[in-house]
Design a protein. Structure first.
Ligand SMILES: NC(=O)c1ccc[n+]([C@@H]2O[C@H](COP(=O)([O-])OP(=O)(O)OC[C@H]3O[C@@H](n4cnc5c(N)ncnc54)[C@H](OP(=O)(O)O)[C@@H]3O)[C@@H](O)[C@H]2O)c1
Length: 386
């Protein structure tokens, strides 16, 4: 029997049914061989079966009996007092936790302030209260985002930077900024070991199964696909125009020179595990912050090219202003994924600490048109063919 089992030592993970948390859970259970307690919504059995279905999808099959035996689920909610747990369960978890990975959050990038603050700020406060009752050596890994840099448009954002002087593009950014300030203050006050991870826009190039957690680029691909395949109210589908028709021209209110930091999930997950798990003993007490980003920004032009190559007959034009939108343009404008709120940024992200603590991990490959096409779910036949 392993030492972890004898001592009942566990890693508490929130957000395990989500896009990032599920990937981290798979790594913690398998390559890192940890015992993990997942705290999530729903009943314990619902949560366990949801988590296992997602893990099996990610692993491309079963995760193995040993990894399954290391997984425990507790029904809870990060916004509720005592995380929604019975006091005895809360106390036992606090005694057993060797690490807390806080990945639960609301990622509605253009969502309402109150809702985002409840999940992201208040939820983080509850997690900090919990972490305070764990052993002083218990480390906290807090999932933040590069979006905490808010409205800053240019220059290189350093990993240590955390300021509200440029304001915020969205309530999401502000909620994640507030959460990060709480984490920093808490760690300083208690001298606790904390790793703050700030990913860019994490994407996945693997085939997406219905019901599995998605990512922002997938949302964009699905929205364009809705118009192209089925049309939308008042909008003819592009396929109906394919036989020599004029095609469909759509203006997107996004600057033509917009760029985004898109980071592949495989690289991001491994980097986060190396920092939050493998390096944990050496990071020491206090807060360290890590940009988990791609070394190069992805131009909007490449995203447009990937869409147009797949949906032949569709022409996208990036414009600064959108006078007299057509029904199709209004539909797109109303459904644009939130990451396009960051289209005015020309900033880059320093990676000094992240590189130092992920030594030997190759940089992700450049993001190209094929990768973007896969990430947006353009895996089937080209719609105009046939
Ligand atoms: N995806 C990205 O590109 C990206 C980039 C930078 C930072 N991040 C950060 O990474 C974290 C996870 O993002 P994600 O993309 O994995 O999001 P996601 O797929 O939407 O997953 C969110 C997770 O949080 C859980 N959750 C939400 N509210 C909760 C609550 N009140 N109590 C317990 N669990 C709750 C969800 O549980 P349910 O299944 O019950 O809803 C789900 O497991 C967020 O903090 C986000 O800010 C994400």
């Amino acid at each position: 029997m392993s030492r972890s089992m004898l001592l009942g030592v566990t890693t508490l993970l929130t957000g395990a049914t989500g896009f990032l948390g599920s990937r981290l859970l798979l790594g913690l259970l398998t390559t890192r061989g940890r015992h993990v307690t997942v705290l999530g919504r729903g009943t314990v059995s619902e949560l366990r079966s949801r988590v296992l279905v997602i893990l099996e999808d990610l692993a491309g099959g079963g995760i193995g009996a040993r990894a399954r035996s290391r997984l425990r689920c507790v029904a809870g909610d990060v916004t509720r007092p005592w995380l929604g747990l019975a006091p005895a369960v809360y106390g036992r978890l606090a005694r057993e936790a060797e690490a807390v990975w806080h990945c639960a959050g609301d990622i509605a990038l253009t969502g309402e302030r109150e809702r985002l603050f409840r999940a992201n700020v208040h939820g983080t406060e509850r997690i900090l209260q919990f972490a305070e009752s764990t052993s002083p050596s218990c480390r906290l890994v807090h999932m933040s985002t590069v979006a905490v840099a808010g409205g800053r448009r240019t220059g290189v954002v350093a990993e240590e930077d955390l300021t509200d002087t440029s304001g915020f593009e969205t309530h999401y950014d502000e909620s994640k900024y507030r959460a990060e300030t709480l984490v920093r203050d808490w760690a300083r006050r208690l001298d606790r070991p904390v790793a703050v991870l700030r990913p860019g826009i994490v994407a996945s190039g693997r085939a997406h199964r219905e019901g599995m957690p998605g990512h922002p680029l997938r949302v964009l691909g699905d929205m364009i696909g809705t118009i192209a395949r089925n049309g939308a109210p008042g909008i003819p589908p592009v396929v109906s125009l394919r036989r020599g028709g004029p095609g469909l021209r759509l203006r997107l209110r996004v600057p033509a020179d917009a760029e985004f930091n898109i980071v592949p999930d495989g690289y991001a997950t491994e980097a986060m595990l190396r920092i939050g798990h493998d390096a944990a003993e050496d990071l020491g007490h206090g807060v360290r912050t890590f940009h988990v980003v791609h070394p190069g920004e992805t131009p909007m032009r490449l995203i447009v090219e990937a869409i147009e190559a797949h949906h032949v007959g569709l022409t996208l034009e990036c414009v600064g202003d959108l006078p007299d939108p057509t029904p199709a343009e209004s539909f797109v404008a109303g459904h644009l994924p939130g990451f396009l709120s960051y289209c005015h940024h020309r900033r880059a992200y320093g990676r000094r600490s992240a590189l130092a603590w992920t030594d030997g991990l190759p940089d992700p490959a450049p993001i190209d048109r094929d990768y973007l096409a896969r990430a947006m779910g353009f895996t089937g036949a080209v719609p105009h063919a046939g």
